[in-house]
Design a protein around this ligand. Structure first.
Ligand code: CS2
Length: 480
């Protein structure tokens, strides 16, 4: 068995000119951005320099094979394997931050794109504003030449461009955040203002931050995935990724100095992404998080396991019909009921083992755009969305750190300690709900102070504590 990609599949020759620096070389990027770019790059200068802000893993996996890796598409009918070659090199920021700034400041780089997950923006999830007390932001403001955060790197590289009289790059956020371009611009400008008003003014005037909607279900790669590929192809590729067949990329077409012809690979260039973003964040990510918390508590390891349970499948259908779709404007070219029905089929894909535990991560950073905005819109329309309130109660039970069998839950969240302390510091369900609603990073005052919302979440919490997640979902379906 060969270790790593065989020579016949590795990238060869000099590293072509890099046109994109991408922050966050994780599985989603390798199943999404890098594939779109691989399909259209040809000999155009759109090679990617990927940058890990945290660990050397991706670099150590990819660079021995010249940046190439295997992408395995897992559909209900079988799998399709492809070698992707759009990554020219991988840098590890903590090892040499100056090299990352140099790469981003290179005038040949026209785009800096991001898949750094919600927590990578160092923002307050409830407001979208930069958190100046975030440890990485505090560090970066004191070490402008050796940043740790994406925001710090973007500002350092743009400042280099500005002072050298070079044109800026485009900042392309590809994360599941509402108005992700506006949010990215906001946190970068806030940071820049603390560095130099001239830098902030230049960024505000010259740097495009187009928004995008990104969609492809991409579970974390497991050892079983690597072994299955080795059995099929005769080589072990630790950098491989597995993903569903579906993909959708909707991009605002505002770039400083051009961009790859991603539309030739099926991406949609639009004037505004907002309607598509709202559709996807609320219809997909909202039910994903609902299934993650309630499904995990009910003992379902994966999304496909959860929706194989008719009670959970019916819950998704009820949520879309009665609580989510009524709050989502019709994006151009989309059929919302058909989109929701297709989501359920995507969730049912038995080949995709997407763990509820993985999706449950970082809920404090996800709930505002996935559940709370939808709840707020329902309340404003005079409806109490009891299903989504049950999902919020499920999150509250989950961050309490103990499952329905009394086993400890490995809660991964930037606020995990604060959330568990809030929950543990209270005794009754009413007190636990009140304590978690008081976490302003997640719940703004208006929502936390809404009695109908608080009462619905509390009733759901009592039900979860008393009869468990599956029975509570069944009661929701019975209108109890
Ligand atoms: C998931 C998303 O892990 C999660 O939070 O909900 O990664 C989801 O798989 C993607 O947004 C699908 O496009």
């Amino acid at each position: 068995m060969e270790a790593g990609l065989p020579d016949r599949l590795k990238r060869t020759g000099d590293a072509p000119e890099v046109g994109i620096v991408h922050l966050g070389p994780g599985a989603f990027f390798r199943a999404f951005n890098a594939i779109y770019t691989d399909e259209v790059r040809g000999d155009a200068p759109w090679e990617i320099c990927a940058v890990s802000l945290k660990s050397p893993t991706a670099r150590d996996q990819l660079m021995p094979q010249g940046g190439a890796y295997t992408a395995v598409e897992l559909g209900p009918e079988g799998e399709v394997r492809r070698v992707i070659g759009s990554i020219a090199r991988v840098l590890v920021a903590p090892e040499d931050p100056a090299a990352v700034v140099d790469a981003m400041a290179d005038p040949a780089v026209k785009i800096v794109s991001l898949t750094i997950t919600e927590k990578g923006y160092c923002h307050n999830p409830s407001t979208g504003a930069l958190d100046p007390a975030h440890p990485d932001i505090v560090h970066d403001l004191e070490n402008l030449g050796a940043p740790r955060s994406a925001v710090g790197f973007i500002c350092a590289a743009l400042d280099r461009r500005r002072t050298q009289g070079e044109a800026p790059f485009t900042v392309l956020s590809c994360d599941n955040l509402p108005s992700n371009g506006v949010l990215a611009k906001g946190v970068v400008l806030d940071f820049a203002r603390r560095v130099s008003p001239e830098l902030a003014d230049w960024i505000a005037a010259e740097v495009p931050f187009p928004a995008t909607m990104v969609d492809r279900i991409t579970p974390a790669t497991t050892e079983a995935d690597v072994s299955r590929l080795a059995e099929a192809e005769g080589y072990e590729d630790p950098a491989m990724v597995v993903h569903e067949p579906f993909r959708q990329w909707v991009i605002e077409d505002r770039f400083a100095a051009g961009r790859p012809d991603w539309d030739k690979a099926g991406a949609q260039f639009v004037e505004s992404v907002e309607a598509h973003e709202l559709m996807k964040l609320r219809c997909l990510n909202g039910t994903h998080s609902t299934l993650a918390y309630l499904g995990y508590l009910a003992g379902h390891e994966t999304i496909s396991d959860a929706v194989a349970d008719p009670v959970f499948a019916a819950m998704c259908e009820r949520l879309w019909a009665e609580e989510i779709l009524p709050t989502v404007p019709q994006p151009e070219g989309e059929d919302l009921p058909a989109y929701a029905a297709a989501l359920l089929e995507r969730y049912r894909n038995p080949a995709i083992r997407h763990r509820t535990w993985q999706i449950a991560m970082d809920g404090s950073q996800k709930l505002p755009q996935r559940l709370l905005g939808t709840i707020r819109d329902n309340l404003q329309d005079g409806r109490v969305p009891t299903g989504l309130c049950l999902a919020v109660a499920g999150w509250m039970r989950y961050v309490g750190g103990v499952d329905e069998k009394g086993a400890t839950i490995d809660v991964r969240d930037p606020l995990a300690d604060r959330l568990k302390a809030a929950s543990d510091g209270a005794v009754t369900p009413e007190e636990k709900v009140a304590a978690l609603l008081a976490v302003r990073d997640v719940f703004d005052e208006g929502l936390a102070g809404n009695a109908a919302f608080r009462d619905a979440v509390t009733a759901a919490y009592v039900s979860l504590a008393g009869k468990g997640a599956r029975a509570s979902v069944a009661d929701y379906l019975d209108g109890k």
